[in-house]
Design a protein around this ligand. Sequence first.
Ligand code: ADP
Length: 189
Amino acid sequence: MSARRLLLLGPPGAGKGTQAKILVDALGIPQISTGDMLRAAVAADSAVGREAKGYMDAGELVPDSVVIGVAEERLGQDDAANGFILDGFPRTAAQAEALDDLLGRIGTKLERCVALVVEEDHLVARLLKRAEIEGRSDDNEESIRTRMAEYRKKTEPLVAYYRDRGVLTEVSGLGEVDEVAGRVSDAIR
Ligand code: ADP
Protein backbone atom coordinates (compact mmCIF):
# COMPACT_ATOMS: atom_id res chain seq x y z
CA MET A 1 0.00 0.00 0.00
CA SER A 2 1.49 3.27 -1.11
CA ALA A 3 1.57 6.45 0.94
CA ARG A 4 -0.93 8.99 -0.40
CA ARG A 5 -0.10 12.23 1.37
CA LEU A 6 3.07 13.09 -0.43
CA LEU A 7 5.51 15.92 -0.91
CA LEU A 8 8.06 16.16 -3.71
CA LEU A 9 10.94 18.34 -2.62
CA GLY A 10 13.88 19.48 -4.72
CA PRO A 11 15.54 22.37 -6.51
CA PRO A 12 14.11 24.02 -9.65
CA GLY A 13 14.59 21.65 -12.58
CA ALA A 14 14.87 18.51 -10.45
CA GLY A 15 11.81 16.99 -12.12
CA LYS A 16 9.17 17.45 -9.42
CA GLY A 17 6.42 18.32 -11.87
CA THR A 18 7.25 15.43 -14.20
CA GLN A 19 7.26 12.90 -11.36
CA ALA A 20 4.13 14.42 -9.81
CA LYS A 21 2.20 13.82 -13.05
CA ILE A 22 3.29 10.18 -13.14
CA LEU A 23 2.05 9.76 -9.55
CA VAL A 24 -1.28 11.39 -10.43
CA ASP A 25 -1.86 8.67 -13.02
CA ALA A 26 -0.57 5.86 -10.81
CA LEU A 27 -2.41 6.80 -7.61
CA GLY A 28 -5.44 8.80 -8.76
CA ILE A 29 -4.76 11.68 -6.39
CA PRO A 30 -4.26 15.33 -7.40
CA GLN A 31 -1.01 17.19 -7.96
CA ILE A 32 -0.94 20.42 -6.00
CA SER A 33 1.62 22.72 -7.61
CA THR A 34 1.76 26.22 -6.18
CA GLY A 35 3.88 27.25 -9.20
CA ASP A 36 1.11 26.15 -11.61
CA MET A 37 -1.56 27.79 -9.45
CA LEU A 38 0.37 31.05 -9.25
CA ARG A 39 0.96 31.04 -13.04
CA ALA A 40 -2.79 30.54 -13.53
CA ALA A 41 -3.45 33.45 -11.16
CA VAL A 42 -1.04 35.65 -13.13
CA ALA A 43 -2.74 34.63 -16.41
CA ALA A 44 -6.15 35.46 -14.92
CA ASP A 45 -4.84 38.77 -13.58
CA SER A 46 -6.38 38.07 -10.16
CA ALA A 47 -5.36 39.85 -6.97
CA VAL A 48 -3.06 36.96 -6.06
CA GLY A 49 -1.59 36.97 -9.56
CA ARG A 50 -0.89 40.69 -9.49
CA GLU A 51 0.86 40.30 -6.15
CA ALA A 52 2.91 37.28 -7.25
CA LYS A 53 4.02 38.26 -10.74
CA GLY A 54 6.99 40.47 -9.91
CA TYR A 55 8.50 37.93 -7.54
CA MET A 56 8.03 35.10 -10.01
CA ASP A 57 9.61 36.91 -12.95
CA ALA A 58 12.60 37.79 -10.76
CA GLY A 59 12.91 34.19 -9.53
CA GLU A 60 12.22 35.17 -5.93
CA LEU A 61 9.85 33.34 -3.63
CA VAL A 62 6.35 34.79 -3.41
CA PRO A 63 5.59 35.90 0.19
CA ASP A 64 4.54 33.13 2.56
CA SER A 65 1.20 34.76 3.39
CA VAL A 66 0.14 34.65 -0.26
CA VAL A 67 1.33 31.12 -1.00
CA ILE A 68 0.01 29.62 2.23
CA GLY A 69 -3.45 31.00 1.43
CA VAL A 70 -3.38 29.50 -2.06
CA ALA A 71 -2.17 26.08 -0.85
CA GLU A 72 -4.61 25.89 2.07
CA GLU A 73 -7.56 26.65 -0.15
CA ARG A 74 -6.51 23.95 -2.61
CA LEU A 75 -5.84 21.33 0.08
CA GLY A 76 -9.33 21.95 1.46
CA GLN A 77 -11.03 20.88 -1.77
CA ASP A 78 -12.82 17.52 -1.90
CA ASP A 79 -10.45 15.77 -4.30
CA ALA A 80 -7.56 16.20 -1.84
CA ALA A 81 -9.36 14.41 0.99
CA ASN A 82 -7.87 11.01 0.17
CA GLY A 83 -4.39 12.10 -0.77
CA PHE A 84 -2.34 14.62 -2.68
CA ILE A 85 1.05 15.20 -4.25
CA LEU A 86 2.50 18.50 -3.16
CA ASP A 87 4.90 19.90 -5.77
CA GLY A 88 6.73 23.12 -4.93
CA PHE A 89 5.01 23.70 -1.59
CA PRO A 90 6.23 24.07 1.13
CA ARG A 91 9.36 25.99 0.18
CA THR A 92 10.13 27.74 3.50
CA ALA A 93 10.09 26.75 7.18
CA ALA A 94 7.02 28.97 7.76
CA GLN A 95 5.19 27.19 4.92
CA ALA A 96 6.15 23.76 6.32
CA GLU A 97 4.82 24.73 9.72
CA ALA A 98 1.60 26.09 8.20
CA LEU A 99 1.16 22.79 6.35
CA ASP A 100 1.68 20.75 9.53
CA ASP A 101 -0.87 22.93 11.31
CA LEU A 102 -3.42 22.59 8.54
CA LEU A 103 -3.05 18.83 8.25
CA GLY A 104 -3.19 18.53 12.04
CA ARG A 105 -6.45 20.49 12.12
CA ILE A 106 -8.04 18.07 9.67
CA GLY A 107 -6.67 15.07 11.58
CA THR A 108 -4.05 13.88 9.15
CA LYS A 109 -0.37 14.33 8.38
CA LEU A 110 2.21 14.16 5.65
CA GLU A 111 3.15 10.52 5.07
CA ARG A 112 6.25 10.82 2.89
CA CYS A 113 8.59 13.50 1.56
CA VAL A 114 10.59 12.41 -1.47
CA ALA A 115 13.57 14.70 -2.05
CA LEU A 116 14.86 14.61 -5.65
CA VAL A 117 18.63 15.07 -5.63
CA VAL A 118 20.29 16.59 -8.72
CA GLU A 119 23.56 18.54 -8.91
CA GLU A 120 23.34 22.20 -9.74
CA ASP A 121 25.22 21.99 -13.08
CA HIS A 122 22.62 19.57 -14.42
CA LEU A 123 19.78 21.72 -13.16
CA VAL A 124 20.85 24.87 -14.96
CA ALA A 125 21.26 22.93 -18.22
CA ARG A 126 17.78 21.40 -17.84
CA LEU A 127 16.16 24.75 -17.09
CA LEU A 128 17.79 26.46 -20.05
CA LYS A 129 16.53 23.64 -22.28
CA ARG A 130 13.02 23.98 -20.83
CA ALA A 131 13.20 27.71 -21.54
CA GLU A 132 13.63 26.93 -25.23
CA ILE A 133 10.74 24.45 -25.28
CA GLU A 134 8.14 26.07 -23.02
CA GLY A 135 9.10 29.71 -23.10
CA ARG A 136 8.33 30.24 -19.42
CA SER A 137 9.03 33.86 -18.57
CA ASP A 138 11.15 32.96 -15.51
CA ASP A 139 13.42 30.47 -17.31
CA ASN A 140 16.16 32.99 -18.14
CA GLU A 141 19.67 32.79 -16.77
CA GLU A 142 19.34 35.56 -14.22
CA SER A 143 16.08 34.25 -12.76
CA ILE A 144 17.45 30.70 -12.73
CA ARG A 145 20.42 31.86 -10.67
CA THR A 146 18.12 33.63 -8.22
CA ARG A 147 15.84 30.58 -7.95
CA MET A 148 18.84 28.36 -7.13
CA ALA A 149 20.00 30.80 -4.44
CA GLU A 150 16.48 31.00 -2.99
CA TYR A 151 16.32 27.20 -2.95
CA ARG A 152 19.64 26.79 -1.13
CA LYS A 153 18.86 29.45 1.45
CA LYS A 154 15.17 28.91 2.18
CA THR A 155 14.06 25.50 0.90
CA GLU A 156 17.02 23.14 1.35
CA PRO A 157 16.70 23.36 5.17
CA LEU A 158 13.38 21.52 4.78
CA VAL A 159 15.33 18.35 3.94
CA ALA A 160 16.47 18.26 7.58
CA TYR A 161 13.00 19.30 8.77
CA TYR A 162 11.40 16.24 7.18
CA ARG A 163 14.31 13.96 8.04
CA ASP A 164 13.78 14.89 11.71
CA ARG A 165 10.12 13.92 11.36
CA GLY A 166 11.07 10.52 9.95
CA VAL A 167 9.27 10.93 6.62
CA LEU A 168 12.16 11.76 4.28
CA THR A 169 13.53 9.61 1.46
CA GLU A 170 16.23 11.02 -0.79
CA VAL A 171 16.17 9.79 -4.39
CA SER A 172 18.56 10.53 -7.24
CA GLY A 173 16.85 12.59 -9.93
CA LEU A 174 19.45 11.68 -12.56
CA GLY A 175 18.73 9.34 -15.44
CA GLU A 176 15.67 8.61 -17.57
CA VAL A 177 12.25 9.76 -16.38
CA ASP A 178 11.13 6.12 -15.98
CA GLU A 179 14.17 5.22 -13.88
CA VAL A 180 13.53 8.13 -11.54
CA ALA A 181 9.83 7.18 -11.39
CA GLY A 182 10.84 3.68 -10.29
CA ARG A 183 12.93 5.10 -7.46
CA VAL A 184 10.09 7.39 -6.39
CA SER A 185 7.64 4.50 -6.43
CA ASP A 186 9.97 2.46 -4.18
CA ALA A 187 10.32 5.45 -1.84
CA ILE A 188 6.57 5.75 -1.21
CA ARG A 189 5.81 2.06 -0.86
P1 ADP B 1 10.61 25.99 -10.33
O1 ADP B 1 10.62 24.85 -9.35
O2 ADP B 1 11.17 25.63 -11.65
O3 ADP B 1 11.20 27.26 -9.79
P2 ADP B 1 7.73 26.48 -9.88
O4 ADP B 1 6.70 26.40 -10.94
O5 ADP B 1 7.61 25.53 -8.75
O6 ADP B 1 9.10 26.34 -10.67
O7 ADP B 1 7.75 27.96 -9.25
C1 ADP B 1 7.85 29.10 -10.05
C2 ADP B 1 7.85 30.36 -9.17
O8 ADP B 1 6.60 30.46 -8.45
C3 ADP B 1 8.91 30.41 -8.09
O9 ADP B 1 10.15 30.90 -8.56
C4 ADP B 1 8.26 31.37 -7.07
O10 ADP B 1 8.35 32.71 -7.47
C5 ADP B 1 6.79 30.97 -7.15
N1 ADP B 1 6.44 29.92 -6.15
C6 ADP B 1 5.96 28.67 -6.43
N2 ADP B 1 5.74 27.97 -5.30
C7 ADP B 1 6.10 28.79 -4.27
C8 ADP B 1 6.12 28.66 -2.86
N3 ADP B 1 5.74 27.52 -2.26
N4 ADP B 1 6.56 29.71 -2.12
C9 ADP B 1 6.95 30.86 -2.70
N5 ADP B 1 6.96 31.05 -4.02
C10 ADP B 1 6.53 30.04 -4.81
